[in-house]
Design a protein around this ligand. Structure first.
Ligand code: NAP
Ligand code: GDD
Length: 374
């Protein structure tokens, strides 16, 4: 039985990867940092599995990392740990750099000095491209004629980081390349484009939107209020509507920042399969995982509100400048031709399916919460 260590096991990807590896007969050791409250909720599907265990460790504490790697002598090691919120990285650049760059260095050093032939996966990101892109002719099977050139990013697009988060990830990415070249370590980087899920952290834009849509849906169902604008009115801080009982009900606006940026959004479950495939190759390398489609935040709003039958979301959303970033990445669309060819990887979940799954899951969660309150 192979042993895998996952740093960042309590995160969105860590939980899906744990489940994937357990299903594939791995012994999984998850590393989580000490916290004053339980942060392992996403791991509920793994905790009872005898092949799953949790150990405490922090990637910025090199001693704890050396000890965990040398005690477990893993076949594979996945570094998913990060301060992963781009906006937060402008407010906490030092922590972001410590965790994302020095943390990666600590793991690489532990693997190098431990000499256990451990294969290593690094969570690199499309954010590293910044506003750089490559251009190619419009694909022949594309139904619409594009007004602008077909822009995309792949493994050969130059990196141009635009946030402390992206800079820290470029540093880690370059360290992995250096350790691969200098010491022959089987170390691969997955350059992953945005991937979301029912388990996405609630301060990322997709989950902010789907949990709001769920609250709106449950509130309207509960009161029998109308979403057609006839009975509802907008006041400064919230959207109000009149329930069937004649009482007035309200929900705060959904406050967002830049609605015009474009992202290539896929489902996390597809992406953890790609991480594992990279470590099964004879040779290490860098691979882009993406859907090849780009949607704006506005498109995401259309799709999510559309799931509950609302076409015009404008009265529910207000722009709060605090959610704008000092520097933005405007347009991401990946090209995963290398991963498709060498790993046989493709995404399975479409954009529409992703949004539907997130909205439905948030509606279920909200209904349970409402029942508990009653
Ligand atoms: P996430 O949900 O934010 O999870 C991050 C994980 O890192 C959490 O388990 C967190 O633990 C852990 N962590 C933070 N600081 C740590 C430290 N000092 N020591 C040990 N663990 C620490 O992120 P995700 O969406 O699953 O993403 C996984 C990785 O892929 C990240 O490195 C992210 O930057 C990268 N990535 C993500 C995407 C995406 O769209 N999701 C795309 C490209 C790359 P706590 O639970 O204690 O906070
Ligand atoms: N978070 C957030 N909150 N983003 C908002 C908001 C808001 O209220 N309003 C608009 N946005 C815009 C952001 O400015 C950005 O252009 C876009 O929505 C997506 O933001 P996030 O969901 O925070 O994701 P991200 O693209 O910045 O970063 C995610 O993807 C990267 C891969 O490209 C994270 O998962 C990173 O860890 C990952 O590396």
């Amino acid at each position: 039985m192979k042993t895998a260590i996952i740093f960042g096991v309590t995160g969105q990807d860590g939980s899906y990867l744990s489940e994937f590896l357990l299903k594939n007969d791995y012994k999984v050791v998850g590393v989580h940092r000490r916290s004053s409250i339980d942060t392992t909720e996403r791991l509920d599907g793994c905790k009872d599995n005898p092949n799953f265990s949790l150990v405490c460790g922090d990637v910025v504490d090199s001693g704890s990392i050396y000890s965990i790697i040398n005690t477990n002598r893993p076949n594979e090691c996945y570094n998913l740990s990060a301060q992963s919120h781009v906006g937060t990285s402008f407010e906490q650049p030092e922590t972001t750099f410590q965790v994302n760059a020095i943390g990666t260095l600590n793991i690489l050093e532990a693997i190098r000095t431990g000499s256990h032939n451990t294969r290593f996966y690094q969570a690199s990101t499309s954010e590293m491209f910044g506003n750089n892109h490559s251009v190619k002719p419009q694909p022949i099977d594309m139904k619409v004629t594009l007004k602008s050139p077909y822009r995309y990013q792949d493994e050969s697009t130059p990196l141009n980081p635009r946030s402390p988060y992206a800079v820290s990830k470029v540093a880690a990415h370059n360290l992995v390349f250096t350790y691969r070249e200098a010491y022959g370590i089987h170390a691969s980087c997955g350059i992953l484009f945005n991937h979301e899920s029912e388990r996405r952290g609630d301060n990322f834009v997709t989950r902010k939107i789907t949990s709001y849509v769920a609250s709106l849906k449950c509130g309207l169902d509960e009161t029998g209020g109308s979403d057609d604008g006839v009975k509802s009115s907008v006041i400064r801080e919230c959207v109000c509507w009149e329930g069937k009982d004649g009482d007035e009900y309200s929900l705060p606006h959904l406050e967002l920042g830049n609605l015009d940026s474009h992202r290539d959004w896929g489902h996390a479950e597809d992406y953890v399969r790609g991480m594992w495939l990279m470590l099964q190759q004879d040779k290490p390398g860098d691979y882009v995982l993406s859907t090849g489609e780009s949607h704006s935040v506005r498109d995401f709003l259309d799709e999510a509100f559309g799931c509950i039958g609302i076409e015009d979301w404008s009265k529910y959303v207000v722009i709060n400048p605090k959610f704008y970033r000092p520097a933005e990445v405007d347009y991401l669309r990946g090209c995963s031709a290398k991963a498709e060819l060498e790993l046989g990887w493709t995404r399975q979940v479409s954009f529409e399916e992703l949004v539907k799954r997130m909205v439905n899951s948030d509606i279920e969660k909200t209904e349970v919460e409402l029942e508990e309150i009653e």
